[in-house]
Design a protein around this ligand. Structure first.
Ligand SMILES: Cc1ncc(C[n+]2csc(CCOP(=O)(O)OP(=O)(O)O)c2C)c(N)n1
Ligand SMILES: [Mg+2]
Length: 533
């Protein structure tokens, strides 16, 4: 057997370079490179390997959590067909990535995390930054990645790279199971040599199938739709991941079934499409929520049905409402006791469109959706032009950004009061135009995510809308953007603190406690001096 002697770290980078992905006849190199911050836990291993492989681009970040957000946004704008790796040292460098891992996993977006780990040999233990457990030597802080990873492994020997990397790629390229993949790399093992089979590093193509639905399930779904008087689609992020927006549009045009959009699904239809009711749920439009209350059949497409989308399961009000779900993921496809149409969103929509040939909703139902669409757009126009003074309202700021941006540009946001307002008010003209990280709603995603979005789509302008709270939590990746010559348009909304949570607190009778930016009054000992800035 032909072999090649490499350290574990060299083998990992050599393998990552050779991974390709294919869907619909389009082939891409899966990894666009590796973000990293070095410490003693990775500098001599992955650090050396990256230095020796300049054709696998290394990106320097300022914070480990942020670099995972950048990788997550990159994967999202790449429709999960490309990804970035992230390497960290051991200890705090590694645990800084845990929040990023959770954000990626909750949003079902592929990122490969390579945290350094404590010495496998244990001869030097406890090494600097090692967590010592009194009951086991087989624990390190990297165990914290287990619940937030879709695949987790620790490589105690260099030859374990072979099964571990193949499993990592299986999960990263799986449309059903993807998310954060963590390979914890003990710092001594990273630098250990092994004779790897040369074949392991040959070009490997990961084929992404478009899983067709079960024929009987399609027949039953068509029957449910035929007998429904008031069907409604809930479009989620899966529509965009699957590249199914054209198939959705054809289905809606043929059947007249209107569409409400989740945060991840906004952009599934352009805002002016007559069947587009826009945002649904807790932050939904009037039309979407009225039609959801009356709908007797909900067709969920690529949605996780989170509590904002369903207004905590209150938005669907018909006493006999039924569900039919289209999803590649077994957990999601069975939600709400729905009829499961397990498969790729585009493939299922095409099958359903054919099965429903000649059928459509009553003309008055179609007209009702169109009227709600037009009425909502008038409301958006009113809010865009409120002329609130002396400072503009948040809605007017959103309107100004919307009007200044081109249809193909991206607005990007994650937490605070902006996501709810954007969900209702942003006129989405392109399927990538609306980028909300609202699965984890992680403050700090905004600017770091903006860097990743722009890396994936350099031809688009990226408008990062960020509250002052999120900005103060994590804005240092502006430096990374400058380093990479990446242009971001950052719109910072300063309302002196956590206005969204302040509003919640007031509604609960807690008077905004701890949510405004105040200063210590030394006389009372409390935070209460206003306008100290
Ligand atoms: C990392 C993280 N910590 C805490 C929260 C809880 N949280 C949600 S919104 C918010 C306040 C956001 O403030 P800001 O960015 O200024 O937006 P605003 O509410 O003022 O619009 C907080 C603390 C969160 N979502 N993420
Ligand atoms: Mg604020």
């Amino acid at each position: 057997m032909d072999t090649i002697q490499l350290t574990l770290a060299q083998a990992i980078i050599k393998f990552l370079k050779a991974q390709y992905i294919e869907r619909d006849g389009m082939e891409k190199q899966f990894f666009a490179g590796c973000f990293g911050i070095f410490g003693h836990g990775n500098v001599a291993g992955i650090g050396q390997a990256l230095q020796q492989n300049p054709d696998f681009r290394y990106y320097q970040a300022r914070n480990e959590q942020a670099m995972v957000h950048t990788a997550t946004a990159f994967a999202k704008v790449s429709r999960r067909m490309r990804a970035l790796a992230c390497t960290s040292s051991i200890g705090p460098g590694a645990t800084n990535m845990v929040t990023g891992a959770a954000t990626a996993t909750v949003n079902r977006l592929p990122v490969l995390l390579l945290p350094g780990d404590i010495f496998a040999r244990r001869n030097v233990a406890p090494v600097l930054q090692q967590l010592e457990s009194p009951y086991s030597q087989d624990i390190s802080v990297n165990d914290c990645f287990k619940p937030v990873s879709c695949y987790w492994d620790r490589l105690h020997r260099p030859e374990q790279a072979i099964p571990a990397l193949l499993e990592a790629m299986r999960v990263l390229t799986s449309q059903a199971d993807t998310g954060a993949v963590t390979l914890a790399l003990p710092q001594d093992v990273q630098a250990e040599a092994y004779d790897y089979p040369s074949a392991f590093f040959e070009k490997r193509l990961w084929y992404v199938p478009r899983l067709c639905p079960d024929r009987e399930a399609v027949r039953r779904a068509a029957e449910l739709i035929h007998t429904s008087k008031a069907p409604l689609i809930v479009a989620g992020g899966g529509v965009i991941f699957s590249d199914a927006t054209a198939a959705l549009r054809a289905f809606v045009d043929q059947t007249g079934i209107p569409v409400g959009e989740s945060q991840a699904g906004k952009g599934s239809l352009p805002y002016e499409h007559p069947g587009c009711l826009g945002a649904i749920g807790a932050t939904g439009t009037r039309g979407a929520n009225i039609m959801a209350r009356e709908a007797d059949l909900i067709i969920g497409i690529g949605t996780t049905y989170d509590d904002f989308t369903t207004a905590s399961k209150t938005v669907f009000g018909h006493p006999h409402v039924r569900f039919a779900n289209i999803n590649v993921n077994e957990m999601d496809v069975n939600k709400h006791g729905g009829l499961p149409l397990l498969g790729d969103a585009r493939a299922v929509l095409e099958a359903l469109t054919a099965a429903l040939s000649g059928w459509q909703v009553e003309e008055s139902y179609r007209a009702r959706a169109r009227q709600f669409n037009e009425e909502w757009d008038q409301e958006v126009e009113r809010i865009y032009n409120l002329e609130h003074g002396p400072l503009p309202s948040q809605g007017e700021v959103i309107g100004a950004v919307n009007k200044a941006s081109r249809p193909q540009d991206i607005v990007l946001c994650a937490a605070g009061s902006l996501p709810g307002d954007l969900h209702k008010l942003w006129r989405t003209r392109d399927e990538f135009g609306y980028h909300l990280e609202y699965g984890y709603s992680c403050m700090g995603y905004e600017i770091a995510g903006g860097v990743g979005a722009k890396m994936a789509a350099p031809e688009r302008e990226v408008y990062v809308m960020v509250g002052d709270g999120s900005y103060l939590m994590m804005s240092q990746e502006i430096v990374t953007a400058v380093q990479e010559n990446i242009k971001l348009n950052i719109i910072l909304i300063d309302n002196h603190g956590f206005a969204s949570i302040g509003g919640l607190s007031e509604s609960l009778g807690s008077d905004g406690f701890g949510t405004r930016y105040l200063a210590r009054n030394e006389t009372t000992g409390q935070l209460e001096v206003k306008n100290f800035l």
